[in-house]
Design a binder for this molecule. Structure first.
Ligand code: SAM
Length: 228
């Protein structure tokens, strides 16, 4: 996952041109949270949600991600506590009022076993009455109308990016081709995501111990909220 390693500094440039609005999603999620809540964000990347929630007055917020390179950027941007951890295998002594898995990060679990493990770890990291909030692209849209696409991004004076995405059964494959404009050298980074159906996620949440599960659909974005 080089986009999230040597190319980490280009991640925000790509995102800022991709049409993703962190503010819009943070406004939706906010109604499930209290300003005093302690929050752990898994797979927080460069901390773009943390920036939004910090602006809104959430001070007790921890960013975590598998990749140190992204977290270093998150730390610089937010000055919040940052933990390097794998959502599939972490265990923390500290408990939180909310765990967040946002912007398709749940799709980096590549099978049901990994999904269940991530959900169980999230459950175990919550205080009693805590909640898990998940944001994904509505799987029904992707699976009923699988679309491939190619987009060109002019990232900065030195770098261009071609982003190709392709649906193969339940997998979505993203190809990121970075082009150095000065040397014309290319670097390819391939990301694999698994498209979980809504029921696969909600049933696995029940299995993990969540006693109540709500869903909210907003445009193409599906929110799943599990209450401990
Ligand atoms: C689509 S990005 C989203 C990043 C961030 N949440 C955002 O909204 O910009 C997916 C993130 O998942 C992280 N990731 C992938 N597998 C992971 C794992 N097993 N544990 C923790 N983070 C992981 C990647 O490093 C990346 O930051």
């Amino acid at each position: 996952m080089e986009l999230y390693k040597s190319k980490a500094e280009l991640y925000d440039k790509f995102i800022s041109q991709s049409g993703k609005s962190y503010e819009r999603v943070a406004n939706i999620i906010e109604k499930y949270l209290k300003k005093t809540d302690s929050i752990l964000e898994l797979a927080a990347g460069t901390g773009n949600y943390a920036v939004e929630f910090k602006k809104k007055g959430y001070a007790n917020y921890v960013c975590s991600d598998l990749n140190k390179e992204l977290l270093e950027i998150a730390k610089k941007k937010t000055n919040l506590k940052c933990l390097t951890l794998d959502m599939k295998s972490f265990s923390l002594k500290e408990k939180f009022d909310a765990v967040l898995i946002l912007f398709k990060s749940l799709n980096y679990n590549l099978n049901m076993k990994e999904l269940k493990s991530t959900l169980k770890n999230s459950f175990n990291s919550l205080n009693t009455n805590g909640k898990l909030i998940i944001e994904i692209t509505n799987p029904e849209i992707i699976l009923s109308n699988p679309k491939s696409g190619a987009f060109l991004f002019d990232l900065d004076e030195n770098n261009s990016l071609i982003h190709l995405s392709d649906v193969e059964g339940r997998f979505m494959i993203h190809y990121f081709m970075f082009i150095d404009k000065k040397t014309n050298k290319c670097e390819l980074d391939k990301h694999k995501n698994y498209i979980f159906k809504k029921e696969e996620i909600t049933n696995s949440m029940k299995e993990a111990g969540f006693k109540k599960i709500e869903t909210e659909l907003n445009g193409n974005t599906l929110f799943i909220i599990g209450y401990k």
